[in-house]
Design a protein around this ligand. Structure first.
Ligand code: NAD
Length: 278
């Protein structure tokens, strides 16, 4: 299974599809990540707040897979933006993961009411300079947050990881990313199962036309849009289904029909608005 890579604005590359471990309990993470590695995933997306970095690290250690074949992301939690806290937080994450460096470190949320995300971003630049993360980026940053961190530091994040699925496409942020060379990582790519995405005419008919499952159609839509995705499932059969998305293509008409799902009555954002997370 060859997973395509995308080039980041710092010259590093990232596998376009990975495995996310949000809400994977600590005592299940090692098994789930081991099964994901077995299924062919090489890119794992975790975060300090998920509480499962140790399980992710244990699975990596046991796998015997060479470090340079793996792509590991973790994230700085909201209560660690100030002073030297980011420096301590990355050391703690690395120790739990059992790694010398991660591939990508993200500011998890901007927490704008605390007005400390620009400071956190400055600390991220130091973390990259010290080699503790090969690339740095942000998550849940809206356009004003992105503009401010770039204006204050001159450093553009490699990625912005945002809630993004067919009924909630965040077109202002993706356009800003395209203009400034910031790749978009879609979190909640399947809408976290919180609305009937798979039952929409656009997804259901593309699934029957291609002979693929609705989840595979939606993941394929993300990939063809140029987004990075890391669907989460603790079930091995779904892990295999979600990585099996490279042997077919959606037509322009199928893509356009899914594009047209935003706006979709009765759905939209399924997670917290970044301005409300502080
Ligand atoms: P998701 O859209 O990937 O939904 C996950 C749910 O979809 C699973 O619990 C499962 O029930 C279902 N599912 C998975 N595969 C399926 C399939 N083939 N068929 C049917 N149902 C299936 O949402 P997510 O887990 O929230 O997002 C993916 C990853 O994004 C997370 O694991 C995490 O790594 C990341 N994330 C980041 C943030 C952030 O703030 N940066 C927030 C949430 C998630």
């Amino acid at each position: 299974m060859t997973i395509p890579t995308l080039e980041l604005n710092d010259g590093n590359s990232i596998p376009q599809l990975g495995f996310g471990v949000f809400l994977v309990p600590a005592d299940e993470a090692e098994r789930a990540v081991s099964e994901a590695l077995e299924a062919g995933y090489r890119h794992i997306d975790t975060a300090a707040i998920y509480g499962n970095e140790e399980g992710v690290g244990a699975a990596i250690a046991k796998s015997g897979i060479a470090r340079d074949e793996l792509y590991i992301t973790t994230k700085l939690w909201n209560d660690r933006h100030d002073a030297d806290e980011p420096d301590k937080a990355i050391e703690e994450s690395l120790s739990k993961l059992g790694l010398d460096a991660v591939d990508l470190y993200l500011v998890h949320w901007p927490t704008p009411a605390k007005d400390n995300y620009a400071h956190a971003w400055e600390k991220m630049i130091g973390i990259r300079e010290r080699g503790l993360s090969r690339s740095i980026g942000v998550s849940n940053h809206l356009v004003p947050h992105l503009e401010r961190i770039v204006a204050e530091t001159g450093v553009t994040p490699a990625v912005n990881q945002i809630e993004l699925h067919p009924a909630y496409q965040q077109r202002d942020i993706t356009a800003w990313g395209a203009e400034h060379g910031v790749l978009i990582e879609s979190w909640g790519p399947l809408g976290q199962g919180k609305y009937d995405l798979f039952g929409t005419e656009a997804v259901a008919s593309a699934a029957s036309e291609t002979g693929k499952t609705p989840a595979q159609v939606v993941l394929r839509w993300h990939l063809q849009k140029g987004f990075i995705v890391f669907p989460k499932s603790v079930r091995p059969e779904r892990m295999r289904e979600n990585i099996d998305v490279f042997g077919f293509e959606l037509s322009d008409a199928q893509m356009a029909a899914i594009d047209a799902l935003d706006p979709l009555d009765g759905s939209g954002r399924v997670g917290t608005h970044p301005n409300d997370m502080n």
